[in-house]
Write a protein of this length. Structure first.
Length: 277
């Protein structure tokens, strides 16, 4: 487990290792969620770094999360992509779940793009829709900023009023419109998992303002905001939590639905990166 007393040293050690393996430190990092790992095929001039050789890095234990850090070019610019993320339900604490974000911060990365597979509670959503995340609701039982705050990492009480950068969201919406890509938008509810939601839980999450629900993203986005990174995030709607449309769902179903939608999401991400000066 990562202890706060040695956390800064571990962050520096890991960042130094990654820096030694890549030609140039990119401004962009991407976290690829369930079934979305194939986005790496869009990355050119790839260099792969398996998680198990990166000092202090946790290991992904979930099917559909490969466990590699990919360096290469996307949208004509250098990027670092995580093919496989870490989840609270795997048994990691929140400092471990968000450790890669701290390493990105130490590398000087300014933009974090996040993707996930999610259940849709909004009645206008269909399976395979892409939802641009406008905001989130955090229901995780542990907060990633709980504990001693280090000034080197960020302020004690970070503002979250623009957690998902408005300018990046407007750019993504513009790109989707230009290319006739259906882009939903809404509020993502983060839960600890690993169970999928009961019908009553879906209903409750909808009542409190959620449009989609999943088991990731929120911890990474909180830490990215603490680190003053600009965040853009998407959910691919892989199942429906709408009363009357709820059916039994498996992890394999989620992976398949995510694969179908990911080329459109990949295109939007590429274009956003291309257009950022």
């Amino acid at each position: 487990m990562i202890k706060y007393t040695s956390m800064l040293e571990k962050i520096k050690e890991t960042a130094s290792f990654i820096k030694s393996k890549i030609e140039v430190v990119p401004n962009f990092a991407i976290i690829l969620g369930t079934g979305l790992g194939e986005l790496v095929h869009e990355i050119s001039d790839k260099k792969e770094i398996p998680y198990d050789i990166i000092p202090n890095f946790p290991l992904s234990t979930v099917e559909g999360h490969s466990g590699k850090l990919i360096f290469g070019q996307l949208g004509g610019k250098p990027v670092l992509a995580m093919q496989g993320r870490f989840h609270y339900y795997e048994g990691y604490n929140m400092q471990e779940v968000t450790f890669p974000i701290r390493v990105f911060q130490a590398l000087g990365i300014q933009y974090l793009f996040v993707s996930n597979a999610a259940g849709g509670m909004n009645g206008s959503f269909d399976i395979g829709d892409i939802m641009l995340i406008d905001d989130h609701i955090n229901t995780f039982p542990e907060h990633p900023l709980r504990g001693k705050n280090y000034r080197e990492l960020g302020t004690r009480f970070p503002d979250m009023s623009n957690a998902y950068d408005k300018k990046l969201r407007l750019l993504a919406m513009e790109i989707a419109k230009e290319n006739n890509i259906k882009l939903q938008h809404g509020v993502y509810v983060g839960t600890q998992g690993p169970t999928f939601e009961t019908p009553s839980e879906y209903n409750w999450f909808r009542i409190i303002g959620g449009d989609a629900v999943g088991m990731s993203t929120v911890p990474e986005v909180i830490v990215a905001n603490h680190a003053k990174m600009k965040v853009l995030a998407f959910s691919i709607i892989t199942d429906l939590g709408v009363i009357g449309k709820i059916v039994e769902v498996t992890h394999e179903d989620v992976q398949e639905a995510a694969k179908i939608a990911q080329p459109k999401m990949a295109y939007i991400m590429q274009e956003v990166i291309k257009r950022i000066n």
